[in-house]
Design a protein around this ligand. Structure first.
Ligand code: XMP
Length: 510
């Protein structure tokens, strides 16, 4: 069964992914399509509804993004947001002009007419505005349904043609009843059935993978991270032992991590290969102290190890990757040919001989990937794993990486993670780990002088990992961590807490 589809037409607005997220959260599948491909896509895919996004342009700019009028004659309900509203208005003969001043922020919005679109919203509701241009005259065939004190046409409709438009951003949380508007558009105007559920998605993908793969072989580079792990569970459910997962244990993983990944996969009906490559990696890292050189050495060795394993398996027909939707959107919409090099194994496709790529998570957002993981009955610790860099502890041991330093770091990091979990602080913090600095200082333990390493603790709150703030961990928790580490881990006699945000620092230290 094919899901009902809503097409989000991308005019370059900053909230486009958010609109898609909101629609999917309401159990309707949707795809983001660039405006210049929209008409063809709509004719091809026959969506139940279309949403025009906002965008940075003015509809009167030279080369302003536009769309063929034909889209309004297909009988498919359309909702225009911000730029989308201005474009619809201009197309239907209204005047769009620069407002006296840019309107940005929350504002009261007042109902003028009870329309299907806003039937579940209060007469007076708070909405989020972010625009310079606005509609100055009602377009032909449209009625006013909402206004604000500075925006005379905040929402309009042409009920007969099922075209609706709002100047504000219902997809942004600050619009208090924005979700109700989107829900009414989907369910009362587009007559959505709400058939986008993870269970449906899972079943569809399983059938699709079975049909594609038939009796051929699939190879997956498994890092143990969320995306590749979910990908492995999904493929395993679809094709069982036709899948081979190669998990390279670099020796740079956290305490027990290699065993945990193995544990999670070895009982699945897949061929699971764990390559214990610690010696290879440590010998490549010998004497290297520069962070970039370390990263490069680790990345290259990863490819060599994977290549060696792939050779043993022989010709593979398909290489599977855990590419997800934000990667697809960011690497150029609609350009199906863009192949993302895996986060942790950059450039793999170039060195492995395969015929085709399989990317079953291509249409999912990160939290949908986690939902799918739960649907596939993956253990929760794998599903909710925090991000871990490809080069692993190699970039959390400052200076030269040695087995001894790695052991010290692993033990200290485990205590930090245990105490954070015990204090239930892991719900508030997005990433937290220990770093072994290359600094040694004098201390005193019992009656003895010590001269040992300084350990740094790093914990951040962030949504996108591009910017981050240091986490305000309660002093008592930090105290417990500190006492336990100096008592239980040899060669650490001092602990510091990193209180820099990103920027100017980065999350990792190297
Ligand atoms: P930075 O240190 O750049 O880290 O602030 C941002 C986020 O990215 C993770 N990170 C990596 N992830 N391969 C990865 O897969 C890498 O080489 C890498 N380096 C940093 C880091 O853990 C944080 O979540």
């Amino acid at each position: 069964m094919k899901n009902q589809l809503v097409i989000v037409v991308d005019f370059g607005g900053q909230y486009n992914q958010l609109i898609a997220r909101r629609v999917r959260d309401l159990n309707v599948y949707c795809e983001v399509v660039p405006y210049y491909k929209a008409l063809d896509e709509v004719k091809n895919k026959k969506p139940i509804g279309i949403i025009f996004t906002g965008g940075p342009n003015s509809v009167y700019d030279d080369n302003a993004p536009n769309i063929d009028k034909e889209i309004f004659d297909l009988g498919i309900p359309i909702l225009g947001l911000c730029y989308g509203m201005q474009l619809i208005s201009k197309t239907f003969g209204a005047v769009v002009e620069k407002a006296e001043k840019k309107e940005f922020g929350k504002t009261f919005c007042i109902k003028d007419k009870d329309s299907k679109l806003i039937q579940n919203m209060k007469n007076e509701t708070i909405v989020w505005m972010s625009h310079q241009d606005q509609v100055k005259k009602l377009p032909c065939g449209f009625d006013l349904i909402q206004h604000t004190s500075t925006c005379p046409y905040a929402a309009i409709e042409n009920e007969e043609k099922k075209i609706y438009a709002v100047q504000y951003h219902p997809e942004v949380n600050h619009s208090q009843e924005g979700n109700k508007l989107i829900q009414s558009f989907l369910y009362d105007i587009c007559m959505a059935k709400g058939d986008w559920t993870m269970q449906n998605f899972m079943n569809e993908q399983i059938n699709k993978i079975k049909d594609t793969v038939k009796d051929k072989k699939v190879l997956l580079a498994l890092s143990g991270g969320v995306d590749s792990s979910v990908c492995a569970y999904l493929l395993s459910k679809a094709i069982g032992n036709k899948l081979t997962c190669v998990f390279v244990d670099t020796g740079l993983m956290r305490k027990n991590e290699g065993d945990e990944v193995e544990q999670a996969f070895k009982n699945q009906e897949v061929n699971f290969i764990r390559v214990n490559a610690e010696k290879r990696f440590l010998s490549k890292l010998k004497s290297i102290t520069d962070p970039e050189e370390k990263r490069k050495a680790i990345g290259e060795e990863f490819i060599r190890v994977f290549e060696d394993e792939a050779k043993k398996i022989g010709q593979v027909d398909y290489l599977a990757q855990g590419t997800i939707y934000p990667d697809v959107i960011e690497s150029g919409l609609g350009d199906a040919k863009v192949i993302k090099s895996h986060h942790n194994v950059g450039g793999l496709p170039d060195v492995v001989d395969f015929k085709e790529l399989i990317e079953p998570l291509r249409s999912l957002f990160k939290d949908e990937v986690r939902k799918l993981g739960l649907e596939l009955k993956m253990p929760e610790y794998l599903v909710y794993r925090q991000p871990f860099p490809g080069p692993g502890l190699g970039i959390r041991v400052m200076g030269e990486v040695t087995k001894e330093k790695l052991e010290i770091l692993r033990d200290a990091d485990l205590i930090f993670r245990e105490e954070i979990a015990k204090a239930k602080e892991d719900k508030n913090i997005n990433q937290y780990f220990a770093v072994l600095t290359n600094n040694r200082t004098v201390g005193v333990m019992g009656d003895f002088r010590t001269y040992d390493y300084t350990l740094a603790l790093r914990a951040v709150t962030t949504t996108d990992f591009m910017t981050a703030d240091w986490a305000r961990i309660p002093y008592e928790v930090l105290d417990k961590v500190s006492v336990r580490i100096v008592n239980e881990v040899e060669h650490i006699n001092r602990i510091v807490y990193d209180i820099t945000s990103k920027p100017p620092a980065t999350i990792e230290w190297e």
